[in-house]
Design a protein around this ligand. Structure first.
Ligand code: 13P
Ligand code: SF4
Length: 339
């Protein structure tokens, strides 16, 4: 049997005991088997309503971890390749995050940690324990406003680009934002004072870092009528030059709503852009540059088939209870604030 046939048969056999979730950056060969396809926010939101005993997450590891934290007792979350990490999520060592927060607060300030969902469960737990929360690219502005209302300022991690782009939407003066120097175990971290509202962890996405202002300038010069849409993990200069920026769901909606015949350049992961081009043959949908997330690409039809074949004996994604509990608090604050 081909992997496709194996998956189809196992899905039939398992019926409602199984639910396959996939992120928009997955390849078509994986997406075609998904019961639920979504952006990070939608996928996190859907966990609560699932009755399936086995949830198979086709995405990167932090997404499966988030699902495992939000799943009910007895539900098992699996990821076809546990090695599918996220470069950005790995830019925050948990102990360093604790140290940096303590250093910011050392003169008595109350800085609220807000982590992008692209982070480990342990970092989400730090946020949960210190009055903070989580955001996705779809709700970052809502959650940044929420976090600003909870204390004297916000530590946003790990994505400095998303932090700056969201600060712009929310109206934070750039002079009141500080990008932290986290070298030397946090030795250079200043104590928070009233001159700053937002402290940015210096992380980034290696995929979205490949979009540059020059690429937009070339499109503007050669095709002045083209629409340019980008993901907010891109450099703030890129976002400022684009016609629109938002989560993967935003990009999908914006392309769907564009006029027939429009030329649209999309600055995000190639699998999604390619799917949009196929879905909208009446529009010219093109990648601003063809970049793939090598970690998302670790999930394949082959390892999905293998995962489904061994579900009953496989070791599911586990998050220790002392991390899962405060991480759930942080995630629930987000789900509550964005109801
Ligand atoms: P969203 O689907 O939430 O926009 O996230 C994009 C992303 O980079 C996931 O890793
Ligand atoms: Fe992480 Fe970037 Fe890949 Fe998203 S696209 S999973 S942020 S490396």
């Amino acid at each position: 049997m081909t992997p496709e046939q194996t998956i189809t048969q196992l899905k039939n056999d398992l019926g409602s005991r199984l639910c396959i979730l996939a992120h928009h950056y997955q390849a078509d060969s994986v997406v075609r088997h998904a019961d639920i396809l979504g952006d990070s926010l939608e996928l996190a939101r859907r966990i609560d309503g699932l009755d399936a005993e086995h949830i198979v997450f086709c995405g990167v590891h932090f997404m499966a971890e988030t699902a495992a934290i939000l799943a009910r007792p007895g539900q098992k979350v699996h990821i076809p390749d546990p090695g599918a990490s996220c470069v950005m999520a790995e830019m925050v060592p948990t102990l360093l995050a604790e140290k940096v927060l303590a250093a910011l607060n050392r003169d008595g300030a109350r800085i609220i940690p807000l982590t992008y969902v692209n982070s480990s469960a342990a970092v989400k737990a730090v946020c949960g324990r210190h009055g903070g929360s989580v955001c996705t690219s779809a709700n970052a502005a809502t959650m940044l406003r929420w976090a600003m209302s909870q204390g004297d300022g916000v530590l946003f991690l790990p994505d400095a680009n998303l932090g700056r782009n969201t600060a712009r939407v929310v109206g934070i003066d750039p002079a009141r934002i500080e990008r932290l120097d986290i070298r030397a175990e946090g030795t250079f971290i200043p104590a928070a004072d009233r001159s700053r509202d937002l402290y940015l962890w210096p992380g980034l996405c290696a995929v979205h870092a490949k979009f540059h202002p020059e690429q937009i300038a070339v499109v503007r010069r050669d095709e002045p009528g083209a629409l340019i849409l980008v993901h907010p993990e891109c450099d703030p200069e890129v976002v400022a030059m684009a016609d629109g920026a938002g989560s993967t769901s935003y990009l999908i909606k914006a392309v769907a709503e564009a006029k027939s015949g429009a030329t649209i350049y999309v600055g995000t992961e190639w699998n999604l852009v390619n799917r949009l081009a196929e879905r909208h043959p009446d529009k010219n949908v093109r990648p601003l540059r063809s970049v793939m997330c090598s970690n998302m690409a670790k999930i394949t039809e082959d390892n999905l088939a293998r995962t489904l074949s061994g579900l009953d004996t496989a070791e599911p994604v586990r998050v220790d209870d002392d991390i899962a509990r405060p991480a759930r608090v942080a995630l629930e604050r987000m789900l509550e604030a964005c109801r």
